[in-house]
Design a protein around this ligand. Structure first.
Ligand SMILES: [Zn+2]
Length: 583
């Protein structure tokens, strides 16, 4: 029997590198008097277990408190995609749209619109500048290697670099016997949703073709039994054909055919190559198949049933992040038939999960929240069809940006100007006779000479208290970058590229900018006793955690960035409306 419990799964070489970087990061972080909070947070969190004394002190929840919170994150599901595809949802998403409080145009209020910071922001109600998860990768000044969000030398993976508690942690703080489980194909998504006190987080590990957790968590015994069924084997030989859609529907949902060249095939998609039985490549290919979301759903059913979530008097949390929409969005673009099909399938999978919850807990006892970690920019070739200035980054821009440090070093007669991680070289001020501010400005202006670079923000500009104060304009660029900036983890120079620039060469399209197409996401709350409504109010993803807390009757820690937005909800219904039948 294969056991993944308490596995580390980090190669000795990688482990050594991580240790070196983590140590350096810790030293550097302490120097800037911020990263040392890690130890404090972990000590306060006290690990996954709770003492009997704490349990006995727990007061019963007030009457009407939801017994279960289901948080669903759809990876790469911007407001534009939500509004385009929404009319074709018939199942789980439809149920939420018809019965929930719907904010189609919520927004992340940080510039680095990526997966790890998006999930950490949703779960904590804090900006990346406060929760510390600035990007999928952390830079370490002077080291070329990046640290993957969630990597941990001791446990393989854990939330130890998440600097603040999540709302799952708030629930466990108030109700120590509450259960908090998270799952996603992506480790960083599952880990960031759970926080420090989660019972367990689960994710996909293609190298072993199984789901995995880490020794950080108290992984339950049933997880190995679930894994050892090897349910993904039944997906081998399965062909991905799109769900039927009429030509009119495809036009309405703005599916745009795009020739991706001879190496890219269309439907039907196969996974695992020309072999009679699966090998590792099949489990890797599952990332680009609908089957990985299906497997996540199989796990969600197992968590609900095995842990009997929502069946006692304290609220539990199940947080799920569906990843295939992001992988398919990157590869085929958000206007592909493939992307739309994945969303329609996620709609069905969520319907299945809601059915399970309805029979086990009752949807009238369950708070359901749906949102996304970020949006995406349409493929440049599609944008050009629409007359928009979509472009792919050219070699001149790459060359210009790469040469910036060397040019400045030569111009000022020093050996080195920038070190790895995009930091000013040590002792540069002494060598040049220029102040830190002058050095920063010279570097920023040199980078801004590159054609696709429109604006460069520096460490001094982003750590200025004024930059962090909430502006009257919620699209204020410096504020968005400051909200994403954490000294010692972020590059010292933060670059805003031209709108609609596809800055990555490795995929059809991507995200990660402060532009609204990357930041704007739907936010839906379906709460017991709450009448359905729809609002154009642009609430923020930092508002999700405090709003969930309010709906559970929890006290929100005072330093949380977000606000409880239940005052924007319509009147409560006297009796929970019968959830609409699945269409
Ligand atoms: Zn993502």
């Amino acid at each position: 029997m294969y056991s993944v419990r308490r596995s580390q799964r980090v190669s000795p070489r990688r482990r050594s590198a991580i240790h070196k970087l983590a140590t350096t990061a810790a030293i550097f972080g302490c120097l800037v008097a911020l990263a040392c909070q890690t130890a404090t947070v972990e000590q306060q969190a006290g690990g996954a277990g709770e003492s009997a004394a704490q349990v006995s002190q727990t007061a019963a929840p007030p009457p009407g408190t939801p017994k279960l919170v289901l948080l669903v994150v759809i990876d790469q599901f911007g407001s534009a995609e939500f509004e385009r595809i929404e009319p074709f949802f018939t199942d789980g998403f439809r149920r939420l749209i018809d019965n929930g409080v719907v904010f189609p145009r919520g927004a992340h209020q940080h510039a680095a619109s990526e997966t790890a910071p998006g999930h950490a922001t949703i779960s904590t109600g804090q900006y990346p500048r406060d929760h510390g998860v600035v990007s999928n990768w952390y830079v370490v000044p002077g080291y070329p290697e990046l640290i993957w969000a969630g990597d941990d030398d001791e446990h393989g993976k854990s939330p130890h670099r998440l600097m603040v508690p999540t709302f799952g942690d708030w629930i466990k703080e108030r109700y120590p016997t509450a259960k908090v489980f998270t799952a996603s194909a992506k480790a960083r998504a599952a880990i960031m949703l759970g926080g420090q006190k989660a019972n367990a987080a689960f994710w996909w590990e293609e190298e072993i073709g199984l789901l995995e957790s880490s020794s950080y968590y108290d992984v339950p015994d049933w997880f190995d039994r679930f894994n050892n069924q090897r349910l993904t084997a039944s997906f081998y030989g399965k062909v991905w054909e799109p769900l039927p859609m009429s030509a009119a529907a495809l036009a309405e949902v703005k599916v745009e055919p795009l020739d991706l060249g001879p190496l890219s095939t269309g439907f039907p998609h196969f996974f695992g190559g020309l072999r009679p039985a699966p090998v590792e490549s099949f489990y890797d290919d599952l990332w680009e198949s609908p089957w990985l979301d299906m497997h996540l759903t199989q796990l969600a059913h197992a968590i609900l049933a095995e842990e009997q979530l929502g069946t006692d008097n304290v609220p539990d949390l199940l947080a799920l992040s569906f990843s295939v929409s992001d992988i398919i969005g990157h590869r085929f673009g958000p206007h592909s038939r493939e992307y739309v099909d994945i969303l329609l399938r996620q709609d069905r999978l969520l319907g299945e999960i809601l059915e399970h919850i309805d029979s086990q807990v009752g949807l009238d006892q369950t708070l359901v929240v749906l949102t996304s970690d970020h949006g995406v920019v349409p493929a440049p070739e599609i944008l050009q069809r629409w007359g928009e200035p979509g472009t792919r980054v050219d070699w001149e821009t790459i060359h210009c940006v790469q040469r910036a440090g060397q040019d400045l070093a030569e111009r000022h007669g020093v050996e080195q100007w920038l070190i790895s991680g995009s930091y000013l070289a040590p002792e540069l001020s002494e060598q040049t006779g220029l102040s830190e501010i002058e050095l920063e400005q010279l570097t920023a202006r040199r980078l801004e000479e590159c054609s696709a670079v429109e604006k460069v923000w520096t460490d001094s500009e982003l750590t200025d208290p004024e930059a962090r104060a909430r502006p009257s304009d919620e699209d204020d660029e410096r504020w968005l970058f400051a909200n994403s900036y954490y000294p010692g983890r972020s590059a010292e120079f933060q670059i805003r590229y031209r709108k609609y620039l596809m800055k990555s060469r490795g995929s059809l399209t991507t995200h990660g900018t402060p532009y609204l197409y990357d930041r704007q996401v739907p936010i839906i709350f379906m709460a017991p006793g709450q009448a359905a409504m729809r609002s154009d109010e642009r609430i923020a993803t930092i508002d999700i955690a405090p709003t969930v807390a309010a709906l559970l009757g929890l006290t929100v820690p005072p330093d949380v960035d977000g606000r409880d937005v239940t005052s924007l909800f319509g009147p409560a219904t006297a009796v929970q409306a019968d959830p609409s039948p699945v269409k």
